[in-house]
Design a binder for this molecule. Structure first.
Ligand code: 2AM
Ligand code: CA
Length: 284
């Protein structure tokens, strides 16, 4: 990343240092608000929640990033109107930006609201549409997952590596249940029904970014979910590929920022995994 040394406004911090600093500051603040957030509103549906903590954390991250890189573009969940069409439009308007920060201040808001301790801060930086830095921070376990394009991925100072399982039968997978009851949910249920008897087991933790980080760290063999947004996936996608895994859409096409239906795995099981999902989609 030779252009890392473009002249920043304040200090000379690298992109990765700013991503790490922003994620950890926001994460620590979010943790202090667990169990005492004051406002809760519904966005697109009864499943789509937002609190003042989501908005406050995004503002904090945006301010930190813009202090260092005022000319970079910024796409954050809370700056976009709810719903898939608005998300697609927002991404289209910035995806050709030279540098684009793609941020989910709280990934797993439902968990945060219920006090279920599995949520994360997800921060990615894309250069001309390609993710070059990805950070996912879990403030509850104080685990910070960091990936740099071409340089690997790390957690707790150790390189992350995807798991070794070679077959679905030996695999632990995770999924998330889509908010869209008409299209995505029935497809996901078919995939789930087909996969449950073929794998070791399936989990649904409620944070796509953290699930992706767990695939990167070899704690899950694979993860899939329908109806996600760029900010749920961007950082996690780089973590997985830099840990030796594979990220595609649920039909097996390569990952890019616009992918909404995603499948990530250790690579070994990917073909068999996607085949089951494809069949479930075509059977609907
Ligand atoms: P969020 O908490 O940032 O909304 C859980 O299955 C995963 O799906 C989480 O990563 C969650 O991100 C995301 N998610 C939940 N509701 C969503 C919605 N209405 N549209 C897109 N993604 C959603
Ligand atoms: Ca969020």
């Amino acid at each position: 990343m030779s252009d890392q040394n473009e002249v920043p406004a304040v200090g000379g911090k690298s992109f990765t240092a700013v991503a790490i600093n922003s994620a950890s500051k926001a994460g620590e603040w979010i943790k202090t608000k667990l169990g005492n957030h004051t406002s809760l509103s519904l966005k697109y549906s009864a499943q789509d929640l937002v609190t003042e903590v989501d908005k406050g954390a995004e503002t904090m991250i945006r301010n930190l990033v813009q202090t260092h890189f005022p000319h970079h573009s910024f796409l954050g969940e809370e700056g976009v109107e709810p719903g898939p069409e608005a998300s697609d439009r927002a991404l289209q308007s910035v995806r050709d930006a030279e540098y684009l920060w793609v941020v989910d201040p709280v990934d797993g808001t439902t968990n945060f609201v219920h006090g279920f301790p599995f949520f994360s801060v997800s921060i990615a930086l894309a250069h001309k549409g390609e993710v070059i830095v990805g950070v996912v921070y879990d403030p509850i376990r104080d685990e910070l997952f960091v990936a740099e394009k071409g340089k690997g991925a790390y957690v707790r100072g150790r390189r992350t590596q995807v798991s070794e399982e070679q077959t679905l039968r030996d695999s632990l997978l995770a999924t998330g249940f889509p908010a869209d009851p008409n299209y995505a949910l029935p497809i996901n249920m078919r995939g789930l029904q087909a996969l449950v008897p073929q794998v070791r087991n399936i989990r649904s933790g409620g944070s796509a970014a953290l699930h992706m980080a767990y695939v990167a760290a070899g704690r899950l063999s694979g993860f899939w979910e329908y109806g996600l947004n760029s900010w749920d996936l961007a950082a996690g996608a780089l973590l997985v590929t830099e840990s030796g895994g594979q990220v595609t859409d649920t039909k097996g096409n390569p990952y890019h920022l616009g992918v909404r239906h995603a499948a990530a795995s250790n690579g070994h099981i990917h073909e068999a995994f996607v085949k089951v999902l494809e069949k479930a989609e075509s059977d609907v």
